[in-house]
Design a protein around this ligand. Sequence first.
Ligand code: NFA
Length: 101
Amino acid sequence: MSDIIIAPKTRIQAKSDHPRLHKVILVNDDYTPREFVVTVLKAEFRMSEDQAQRVMITAHRRGVCVVAVYTKDVAEAKATAATEAGRCRGYPLLFTTEPEE
Ligand code: NFA
């Protein structure tokens, strides 16, 4: 006789439905010049001078600041590129990523 197949009740969400977004986070340090942080934010995240100043000063005062949200791959690529821009100049500037809730 043929086997009975029981369909699992678990629903699997379609992959392309709502790709989870990831935050890029700027982390404060004591060494990277403020103006350099602003330059990197403008170049890598296409921010205006005003936006970049605000994000930089928020990270400076509070320790961290969310820069932007992207799909996982883009967030990681931008965080790496922006961190690398600091490394090239010998600064400990750090951008991290984390999934949005
Ligand atoms: N805290 C740094 C300074 O006083 C500026 C800075 C801000 C660095 C945000 C990194 C992130 N020169």
